[in-house]
Design a protein around this ligand. Structure first.
Ligand SMILES: [Zn+2]
Length: 175
């Protein structure tokens, strides 16, 4: 899948789940819960950022009452936790075969990204910072703000890390 196809899939996904654009940042926690996920902070002994695990033959994964779990590293900032949740939603949407009689999917975020992780990153970026909303907000920023303050302000608005906002602004040629 190329970036355009992934962006299109993100837009279709948002429409399908009936996401209402009524607040500043995109509430990925709410979206994950609506999809049926139980979310949790996890402690890892290594550099793992998070994981997704789904097995609908088991209703009590990892001692929860759930068959769908997204876990994030408790040490991450709220912005990066949101990114990991969006990334796991992307794996669920793009890479989990939902045509099976019973759903089973598991993936752990370790350093070193494969093709599916790169696709999930693009989906996450489009989910957290939708193109039109991002452009509109960027254009509304005060002209007297310098570049760093613009990036910082837009990152706060979308509740993402500044590096994410900066990459998105570059990608959309806003700066
Ligand atoms: Zn991944």
């Amino acid at each position: 899948m190329n970036n355009n196809q992934i962006e299109e899939k993100t837009i279709v996904f948002m429409e399908r789940i009936g996401y209402k654009d009524t607040q500043e940042y995109i509430d990925v926690i709410d979206i994950a819960k609506k999809l049926g996920f139980t979310l949790g902070n996890a402690t890892f002994i290594d550099e793992t950022d998070g994981f997704i695990t789904i097995d609908d033959r088991k209703g009590n994964l990892l001692g929860t009452n759930s068959s769908m779990i997204i876990g994030v590293n408790s040490k991450l900032s709220i912005e990066w936790k949101r990114f990991i949740i969006a990334h796991e939603i992307a794996h669920y949407e793009l890479h989990c075969d939902k045509s099976q009689y019973s759903l089973s999917y598991s993936h752990i975020e370790k350093s070193g990204k494969n093709k599916k992780d790169i696709e999930a990153d693009h989906f996450a970026i489009n989910l957290l910072m939708p193109r039109d909303k991002f452009r509109k907000k960027f254009e509304e920023l005060e002209n007297n703000l310098d570049y760093r303050n613009k990036i910082s302000s837009i990152a706060k608005y979308f509740m993402v890390a500044e590096s994410m906002a900066e990459n998105r602004a570059r990608e959309l040629r806003m700066c």
